[in-house]
Design a binder for this molecule. Structure first.
Ligand SMILES: *Cc1c(COP(=O)(O)O)cnc(C)c1O
Length: 394
């Protein structure tokens, strides 16, 4: 009834949605595992996973059951009271990350806003150093720490006191920290996701941690995209040997229900008192129950699977014509192409495979962590065909 045949009606309905996204001409109605179906009955292999969100695949039985059970019990009470799912999730995250306290919100941007506020309150200082090309969200504080000027245009003035350093350049980091002192936090993504899938190297993050300690600032690692098993460890920080003071999570935490979290070590946590921060929906029982099921499912076997499939995809992508370099870890991967990526994204979708871009020439894959070897190969075959076809046409 609502198929794409009804073009006029569809166009009219789409006019009611604010044009913040350049959406593809597809309406998705159902998902199962690593596949989604559109309103015309066509199935797609989902190598984007809702941009690193659907960690365990669409309609994962344990997560679905946990959310259903909570829907039938309690949807919401205010944060003036405790709820079981929020306590259970905080307990799990503290056990996995090692003695942190959790603040719950609803998105990655909100988690980073909370991080900026906690860093300022705990240090009594205003300044933030972040990375060129980094991405921390669209709200004004998180946007101010986002090192992509194109995303600021028309929205200034931004938060004062934010400076940017080049990724993997310790001298640039020292230079960004120098002016005026007063540094509250160094904020970075372990792998710059939106910024083109750029992994930070160990010497750089070790230097960032050391400098933060020396000047009395906090190290804040934004694991909104890279966390929750995506790089083959529960947190990407673990893989880099880091113990950040502040960690932000969101995307993959509840397999698609909205949730964000800021994890705070005891030192900075001691600066926070009732009334300092809040969120009406933060720690929502249904989202928190789903997140508990996600955290429970991310065991050593799944993490080993992420590494194995990541290596398979990396090797497959690296062998394709037109791929100059493959970057990233686990199932947060970017293939830099010798051509613009946008036509490839469209051509893959037309052939039943959903892929992402990160910048003008990077093909990004962030599939569900449960992607099978056969599904990985199926995706690679389509990407290879599309790259070869484009080469023939050129
Ligand atoms: C997506 C993303 C955000 C923003 O998350 P939202 O839920 O869209 O607000 C922040 N940081 C990183 C690293 C992200 O990938």
């Amino acid at each position: 009834m609502t198929g794409r045949a009804d073009v006029a009606g569809l166009g009219a309905r789409r006019e009611h949605v604010l044009a913040t996204y350049a959406r593809a001409d597809v309406t998705l109605v159902e998902g199962e595992g690593c596949r989604v179906r559109d309103d015309e009955g066509r199935w797609y292999l989902d190598l984007g996973g809702g941009i690193a969100v659907v960690s365990l695949g669409h309609r994962h039985p344990a997560v679905t059951a946990a959310a259903h059970a909570q829907l039938d019990r309690l949807w919401h009470v205010s944060n003036l009271y405790w709820t079981e799912p929020m306590l259970a999730l905080a307990e799990r995250l503290s056990a996995r990350v090692g003695g942190v306290q959790a603040f719950f919100c609803n998105s990655g941007a909100e988690a980073n806003e909370a991080a900026i506020k906690v860093a300022r309150k705990a240090t009594g200082r205003p300044r933030i150093v972040a990375l060129e090309g980094g991405f921390h969200g669209r709200t004004l504080g998180a946007l101010s720490a986002t090192g992509q000027p194109s995303k600021w245009e028309g929205f200034g003035p931004l938060l004062p006191g934010v400076s940017f350093a080049r990724p993997n350049d310790v001298e640039s980091l020292e230079a960004a920290i120098a002016p005026g002192g007063e540094l509250a936090a160094i904020m970075l993504e372990p792998i710059l996701g939106e910024g083109g899938v750029v992994p930070l190297d160990r010497p750089f993050v070790a230097a960032a941690a050391e400098i933060a300690r020396e000047v009395g600032a906090l190290l804040c690692v934004d694991e909104v995209q890279a966390g929750i098993g995506r790089t083959g460890t529960f947190l990407a920080s673990e893989g880099l040997g880091l113990q950040p003071d502040l960690i932000t999570l969101a995307k993959g935490l509840a397999n698609g229900l909205p949730i964000g979290a800021l994890l705070v070590r005891p030192g900075p946590a001691a600066a926070i008192a009732p009334g300092d921060h809040g969120s009406t929906f933060g720690g929502n029982p249904v989202a928190a129950a789903a997140a508990c099921a996600v955290v429970d499912a991310i065991d050593d076997a799944l993490l080993a699977h992420v590494v194995e499939i990541g290596e398979r995809l990396t090797a497959g992508l690296a062998s394709l014509p037109g791929v100059l370099e493959v970057r990233g870890r686990g199932l947060l991967l970017g293939a830099r192409l010798d051509r613009p990526v946008a036509p490839l994204v469209d051509a893959c979708r037309e052939r039943g495979v959903l892929v992402l871009s990160a910048g003008p020439d990077v093909l990004r894959l962030t599939p569900p962590l449960v992607l099978s070897a056969a599904e990985a190969d199926e995706g690679l075959t389509v990407i290879a065909d599309v790259l070869a076809t484009a080469a023939d046409a050129a």
